[in-house]
Design a protein around this ligand. Structure first.
Ligand SMILES: N[C@@H](CCC(=O)N[C@@H](CS)C(=O)NCC(=O)O)C(=O)O
Length: 209
């Protein structure tokens, strides 16, 4: 059985979605935020971050995008990602890498600003730059979604769920919805999706209405 180390409202959201879509049973382990990290958890997550997935064979991995890509590989019947070798799969890999290397880190710079400056008195500048970088990334994705229902291929994939998880972390949701209408269109659809609704009830990623 898989083990998912997670926390409500964290990047564990998309991994939980992937496991549910794959019909894979898993044990969920909530990792509370503590001042002193647990050495046992640090052994599998050296940055003390969630999500971490432990595979049925005991091998553990961090990095939400890597976990999603691996689950798509391990459960091809679940349609978590487009067919390997297709242009849609290339788009899937591109956007998963883009979101995890551009958008997610910008979000971390906003919420953990103290880690990104030696000038503790000027966190505001770090936060402002982080929001500007998030905005730049979401604008690129919004443009890519013009005239498309989904980020990669013709059906829902984990890339779409990853996207709505990230946009839900934007500090100004009203502006995000107005500024990126294609992202909002996709998100609006997913807010009605039964699995997203179920996960949102425990993760509280976005307001219900
Ligand atoms: N690159 C990692 C980032 C994971 C991450 O930042 N997780 C957050 C929760 S969403 C976390 O555990 N933060 C606690 C910390 O950084 O101390 C991934 O994509 O999985």
């Amino acid at each position: 059985m898989y083990k998912l180390y997670t926390r409500p409202g964290s990047g564990g959201f998309v991994v939980e979605a992937a496991l549910a879509m794959a019909g894979a049973s898993f044990e969920q382990i909530d990792v509370p935020k503590k001042d002193a990290p647990d050495p046992v958890f640090l052994a599998i997550s050296p940055l003390n971050q969630v999500p971490v997935l432990t595979l049925p064979n005991g091998h553990s991995l961090t990095e939400s995008a890597a976990i999603c890509i691996l689950l798509a590989e391990l459960h091809p019947q679940a349609g978590l990602a487009p067919e390997p070798g297709s242009c849609a799969r290339a788009d899937f890999l591109r956007w998963m890498a883009f979101m995890s290397s551009v958008l997610y880190p910008a979000i971390l710079r906003l919420y953990y600003a103290h880690r990104y400056t030696a000038d503790a008195g000027n966190l505001q500048a770090v936060k402002q730059a982080a929001i500007a970088e998030m905005d730049r990334g979401f604008a690129i994705i919004d443009k890519a979604l013009a005239g498309r229902d989904w980020l990669a291929g013709d059906t829902l994939s984990l890339a779409d769920i990853y996207l709505v998880m990230l946009v839900a972390w934007h500090p100004d949701i009203q502006r995000a919805r107005a500024e990126w209408p294609n992202v909002e269109r996709l998100w609006r659809g997913l807010r009605e999706n039964a699995l997203m609704r179920k996960l949102n009830a425990s993760h509280e990623m976005w307001p219900e209405n």
